[in-house]
Design a protein around this ligand. Structure first.
Ligand code: 5GP
Length: 192
């Protein structure tokens, strides 16, 4: 997605060889027009998959995921990163190792909002080692529902996430694919 690549080049900050900071348009301040285009791109990529619900992880996945859900006219559900008192005990839970926080956290979704009939599109802001996406997929599978696809805004193609998701047989689309963050510079990989 050219518009997203352009934004990454203009506003992305290479923190080190492994981490890109995009807090001016995605992870803190949010660019709504860009999010709308991202939602449209996901809706078109997964058009044939009969998506019934979009699932993401709070908080950075919510902006792109809500736009995709809007375009597909389906609900958005986000997994929470901590047990909330208001969620009660009726939860699906997975342990996920956080790439950015370097610690394990529990992600939870209320059983009320996922059912065995659901065909779910998982959306996340970044794909690195694949732990967040796999944790979300396991929650969908705990509910007996189907992972209809995984949509990633920014894939770091030099990290092993894509390979792991492919090994699980999931359909994966990424809107921007980064081949390298070496020498403080973003280099893109071809779209696949
Ligand atoms: P994974 O679980 O695939 O290892 O990492 C994906 C998660 O870690 C995403 O939900 C995202 O929040 C965070 N993440 C991974 N790499 C980056 C990065 O380079 N920059 C930012 N801002 N977040 C990242």
């Amino acid at each position: 997605m050219k518009q997203l690549e352009q934004k990454i080049l203009e506003a992305g900050i290479v923190l080190n060889e492994n981490v890109l900071k995009v807090d001016s348009f995605l992870n803190h301040q949010v660019d709504p027009q860009l999010m709308l285009s991202i939602g449209q791109a996901f809706a078109s990529l997964f058009e044939a998959e009969g998506i019934m619900k979009v699932l993401t992880l709070e908080s950075s996945g919510i902006a792109p995921a809500v736009m995709a859900a809007l375009q597909m006219n389906v609900p958005l559900l986000f997994a929470r990163k901590r047990k909330s008192l208001t969620l009660g005990d009726d939860l699906y839970m997975e342990k996920v190792y956080s790439f950015t926080k370097q610690e394990e956290c529990e992600i939870t979704v209320s059983r009320k909002f996922l059912s065995a009939e659901d065909r779910v599109l998982i959306i996340d802001d970044f794909l690195a080692n694949g732990d967040a996406a796999i944790g979300l997929a396991r929650i969908v599978e705990q509910a007996g529902a189907q992972v209809a696809g995984i949509g990633i805004v920014i894939e770091k193609a030099f990290q092993p996430g894509r390979k792991k998701l492919n090994e699980h047989g999931y359909l994966v689309h990424a809107l921007a694919r980064i081949a390298s963050l070496e020498n403080g510079k973003v280099t893109f990989a071809a779209e696949i």
